[in-house]
Ligand binder design. Sequence first.
Ligand SMILES: NC(=O)c1ccc[n+]([C@@H]2O[C@H](COP(=O)([O-])OP(=O)(O)OC[C@H]3O[C@@H](n4cnc5c(N)ncnc54)[C@H](O)[C@@H]3O)[C@@H](O)[C@H]2O)c1
Ligand SMILES: O=P(O)(O)OC[C@@H](O)[C@@H](O)[C@H](O)[C@H](O)CO
Length: 385
Amino acid sequence: MLAVHFGAGNIGRGFIGSLLSQSGYEVVFVDVNEEVVRLLNERKEYRVFIADESGKEEIIRNVSAVNSQTESDKVIHYLTEADLVTTAVGPNILPIISSILAEGLRKRLSVNPKPLNIIACENMIGGTTFLKEKVFEKISEEEKSLFERNYGFLNCAVDRIVPNQKNSDPLNVTVEPFFEWVVEQKNVVGDIPNVKGMQLVDDLMPYIERKLFTVNTGHAMAAYLGYNKKLHTIKEAMDDQDIYSDVQQALNESGAVLVKKYGFNETDHKKYIEKIIHRFTNPSISDEIVRVARSPIRKLGANDRLMKPAKQYYELFKEVPTGLTKGIAALLLFDYQEDPEAIELQETIKKTGIEGALSQYAQLEKDHPLVDAIIKQVEALRGRK
Ligand SMILES: NC(=O)c1ccc[n+]([C@@H]2O[C@H](COP(=O)([O-])OP(=O)(O)OC[C@H]3O[C@@H](n4cnc5c(N)ncnc54)[C@H](O)[C@@H]3O)[C@@H](O)[C@H]2O)c1
Ligand SMILES: O=P(O)(O)OC[C@@H](O)[C@@H](O)[C@H](O)[C@H](O)CO
């Protein structure tokens, strides 16, 4: 069994690649990082360290890698032979990898009749559907019907905190013990993928929204408010009593939306929130605020972790959510100079104001009551600086 996985980064090596390998797949990583590709090919294995008191270490074997920039023929060849394709490259990179994926899947039609499932493991609603759209932009009408028959594009939700690594060995990866990988099975073609730890469900929406609007909403709150207070790690932010209660407030708001929308049991959802907050305070993990805060324009998106629950809260309860709007305000002040999206966001705010940025990136109409509330929160946070 061969799995081709795009993105040998934190989640690629620390989560998806390791589960695939432990389930008996030979894993070929596709990446653009020359050093990682070279080391994976030299060693054919790497180590995963579980960040808890157990100090457990796993050796992930039967892996190799190809560089998609310099070895596109090899990538295409592996795509013709793969039994499963997965990605963890980041939502903004999906359009880039869609070209080589389209080429590989096209070639496969003429050499391998076996159906193939593709799963984009990214933090976004409908990530695999988005990848499929990008692939379909590159193929003919005739190919589209063949692709529909032969290839299953499966949406999923992935959850495991994997911080940026600071190991002397660039292949080592430290991960939190918790993980969850939920895959929607309705578009499966051929055999259902059999991966240890993968949970198959009929309807992904409650799972992805619960994950994104709890784990990622809380994470984003801690990161942007922590950055505003010049803190460095998520743990440091959670140790700040004010930030802790702002995170809690925002998760109560997104939780109210989730409970109302999906009929989750309120007590169970409270426990889920507690568990997530506990994960943010794991003393064995040092997760940089600037990693969690990365790509603020993506995170300001109408369907993303702060804006979607904030808008839905307003629609459902006719009240402005104070926690979520504070998080959005802190996001708008994220001016980290090494993050290109933070630079662009600050330039947009300079030119068009907060209103303009909210309209451009979050499609929030200028007269929406959230706009005024966010502007007031921005002013309050600016005043604190
Ligand atoms: N780290 C986490 O805690 C976590 C948890 C759940 C989900 N995710 C999601 O997983 C995805 C990846 O995040 P990450 O933290 O692993 O990021 P990362 O930066 O560690 O890994 C991304 C990898 O993609 C590679 N890449 C970039 N361009 C490429 C290209 N054109 N072709 C092939 N590879 C390319 C990079 O070199 C890198 O190795 C994101 O969508 C993220 O939201 C991350
Ligand atoms: O990966 P992003 O940039 O969408 O979000 C940053 C973090 O919140 C995220 O990577 C979490 O660590 C992860 O989603 C936990 O499952």
